[in-house]
Design a protein around this ligand. Structure first.
Ligand code: HEC
Length: 138
């Protein structure tokens, strides 16, 4: 019957990309935080800092579990403030894939990571440090 065919398409659709963490549960946290730190330093730290907001971007300490657009004093876009997002693996993955497309009206000047692995790694890093007192100075 069509079972073998189904299995094969499952293999292609899920088992293969699983190694790139596409079909796996993101909540399982497949990202590489060490590589994520490098990406963060290169791609995000020009604007963002963990411990304090800059005039360019809101701070990232406490990010996980925080409602989007709620760091006091940072002038977010209306889009961010009314996004309804709470930051977790899923919302970060969506936002960081293409900020201008997934959150039209955002003022974040970053084109996005098209590679799933890049997003997973940066998210793993953010998850690790966003609640770490030694990184956040709190
Ligand atoms: C050119 C400066 C710039 C760069 C580079 C940048 N950001 Fe941002 N980021 C911003 C600004 C500005 C905002 C506020 C966006 C808004 O209000 O629409 C923001 C908001 C965010 C938010 C939401 C924070 C909150 O408090 O709700 C996250 C998460 C985020 N950025 C992650 C990242 C990551 C991860 C990178 C690197 C891959 C990155 N950003 C690169 C400027 C930047």
């Amino acid at each position: 019957m069509s079972l073998p065919k189904l299995n094969r398409s499952w293999l292609l659709a899920c088992a293969l990309p699983l190694f790139l963490s596409a079909c796996g549960s993101k909540d399982a946290g497949g990202g590489d935080a060490t590589r994520g730190r490098e990406l963060y330093t290169k791609e995000c730290a020009a604007c963002h800092s963990l411990s304090a907001s800059t005039e360019n971007a809101p701070m990232h300490c406490g990010l996980f579990g925080r409602k989007a657009g709620t760091v006091a004093g940072f002038p977010y876009s209306e889009a961010m403030r009314s996004s309804g997002w709470v930051w977790n693996e899923k919302t970060l993955d969506e936002f960081l894939s293409a900020p201008y497309l997934t959150l039209p009206g955002t003022i974040m000047g970053f084109p996005g990571f098209s590679q799933e692995a890049d997003r997973a790694d940066v998210i793993a890093y953010l998850k690790e440090v966003s609640k770490d007192p030694s990184q956040c100075g709190k």
